[in-house]
Ligand binder design. Structure first.
Ligand code: MG
Length: 401
C-alpha cells in the first residue's frame, strides 16, 4: 500500500502579520519554519511513502531555505494555483505518473499534526471512501443577524469542525478534482466538500485540539506554547552555604536582623551568615557565579557592608533575566543565639529585601548537638536554598556589576 501526502502551502496568508513579505508557512515557529515542521511530521510517519508539497511559484526561495536537506521521500515542490482547490489539484496531478493508493491532503499551516491523527485517517480509509480529521463542536451555536441580534440557537448535534489531514483513495479524489476543475463556478474550501460533491462517502475520525491552523499572530503564540508542552518557564534551584567565626562583641546580624549576643561574627562585611548563604543560593539558581565573585572581600568598598546589599543584588540579577523568586529557605546551625524568637523578623527582613511575600520565605535553625565547630560555639554556619522561575531561553547572564 503506497500512501502519499500532499501538503498545501500555496496560500498567501497575510493575517498573521508577517514581517516583510514572508508568508506565514515559512515563518519560524519555535526555531523551525512552520512548513518544515508540517512536512517532517509526515516524513516521520512510517506509513507515508512520499510527500508532495504545493507552493506558490514565487515562494521557491522561501521553500528551499526552509526545507534544505530533507529526506528522499520528499518530492520536489510544484506550483499551485489561485485557489486552494487549484493548488490541491496541482499536487494530485504531479503524482499521476507515480500514483499512490491512498492520499492524505493536509494544510501546511497545521504544523502540530501528530502521528496519532495521521494513523486514524489511514486506518479509516480501510472502512470508508474518504476520511477526514474533525472535532465535535462543543460551543453552543447562535445565528445572529447583521446587527448582532441572535435569531436562533442552532443545534450542535452532529456538527463537526473539519481539520486536515483529509484522506482519500487517490484515483477517486483525483477524478473528483478533475471533474470539479472543469466547472469554474465551483470553489470548494476543503477536499471533503469535493468528495461529497462527487458522491463519495466521507467519514470523520477524531482530530485534535492541538492540530490548530496557524492564521493569526495569536495562533503562533499558542502553537509555541503547545510545542513547549504548555510551559514557557523553567524552574531552577540553587543552594548556598556559609560560615563565620565568632569574635568579641555584643551582637550578631542574622538574616538582616540585629540580635544581642555575648559575641559577634567576624567578617569583612557585617558577617550576616544567613544572608550570605541565601545570596549564593540565588546566584546558584541562575548560574551566575557566587557572592565572592561579585563582592570580593579584597575590595575595601564592601568593608562593614550591610549584607542586604548582596542579597538585593542577587534578586536584581534574577529579575534581569525575567525571572521570579518562588521561594527561599535558610537554615542556621548554631548553639546560640536562639533563632526562634527572631524567626518572623528574619523572614520579614528577607521578604522585604527580595520584594517577595513572606509566605515564600522559610527560616529555621538547629543546634549540632554540641558537635563540631558550631557545637563548640566557634562560629555559625548557614545553608540556604532558593527556587527561581525563569523564562525558557532566558537571556544570557549580564556582566553588569
Ligand atoms: Mg560570608
Amino acid at each position: 500500500m503506497r500512501i502519499a501526502a500532499v501538503i498545501v502551502a500555496g496560500g498567501r496568508g497575510t493575517r498573521a502579520g508577517s514581517p516583510g513579505d514572508l508568508p506565514k508557512q515559512y515563518r519560524q515557529l519555535a526555531g523551525r519554519a512552520v512548513i518544515a515542521r508540517t512536512v517532517e511530521a509526515f516524513l516521520r510517519h512510517p506509513a507515508i511513502t512520499m510527500v508532495q508539497v504545493v507552493i506558490a511559484a514565487d515562494d521557491r526561495p522561501f521553500y528551499e531555505a526552509a526545507l534544505q536537506g530533507e529526506g528522499e521521500r520528499l518530492r520536489p515542490p510544484v506550483a499551485g494555483g489561485n485557489t486552494r482547490q487549484a493548488s490541491v489539484f496541482a499536487g494530485l496531478a504531479a503524482l499521476k505518473d507515480d500514483a499512490p493508493d491512498l492520499i492524505l491532503i493536509h494544510d501546511a499551516a497545521r504544523p502540530l499534526i501528530g502521528p496519532d491523527i495521521i494513523g486514524r485517517v489511514i486506518d479509516g480509509l480501510g472502512r470508508h471512501d474518504s476520511v477526514i480529521a474533525a472535532m465535535p463542536v462543543s460551543d453552543t451555536l447562535k445565528r445572529a443577524a447583521a446587527d448582532g441580534v441572535i435569531s436562533d440557537t442552532v443545534s450542535r448535534d452532529g456538527l463537526w469542525r473539519a481539520q486536515t489531514p483529509q484522506g482519500f483513495h487517490y484515483a477517486a479524489i483525483f477524478a473528483a478534482h478533475t471533474d470539479a476543475q472543469r466547472d469554474s463556478t465551483l470553489d470548494f474550501t476543503d477536499d471533503a466538500a469535493i468528495a461529497e460533491w462527487a458522491g463519495l462517502r466521507v467519514a470523520v475520525v477524531e482530530g485534535s485540539a492541538r492540530n490548530i491552523k496557524i492564521t493569526t499572530t495569536e495562533d503562533f503564540i499558542l502553537a509555541e506554547r503547545l510545542l513547549s508542552d504548555g510551559s514557557t518557564v523553567e524552574t531552577r534551584n540553587g543552594t548556598g552555604f556559609d560560615v563565620h567565626r565568632f569574635r568579641d562583641g555584643d551582637h550578631v546580624w542574622l538574616c538582616g536582623v540585629q540580635i544581642p549576643h555575648t559575641q559577634a561574627l567576624d567578617g569583612h562585611s557585617d558577617a550576616d551568615v544567613g544572608l550570605h548563604a541565601l545570596t549564593d543560593a540565588l546566584l546558584g539558581a541562575i548560574a551566575d557565579g557566587d557572592i565572592g565573585q561579585h563582592f570580593p572581600p579584597s575590595d575595601p568598598k564592601w568593608k562593614g557592608a550591610a549584607s542586604h546589599l548582596f542579597l538585593r543584588d542577587a534578586a536584581r540579577r534574577v529579575r534581569e533575566r525575567g525571572g521570579r523568586i518562588q521561594n527561599v529557605d535558610v537554615t542556621m546551625l548554631c548553639e546560640a543565639p536562639r533563632v526562634g524568637p527572631h524567626r518572623d523578623a528574619m523572614r520579614a527582613s528577607i521578604a522585604d529585601i527580595l520584594a517577595i511575600d513572606i509566605g515564600r520565605v522559610g527560616v529555621k535553625a538547629t543546634t549540632t548537638e554540641g558537635l563540631g565547630f558550631t557545637g563548640r560555639r566557634e562560629g555559625i554556619a548557614a545553608m540556604a536554598s532558593a527556587t527561581v522561575v525563569l523564562p525558557v531561553g532566558n537571556p544570557p547572564q549580564s556582566t553588569v556589576e
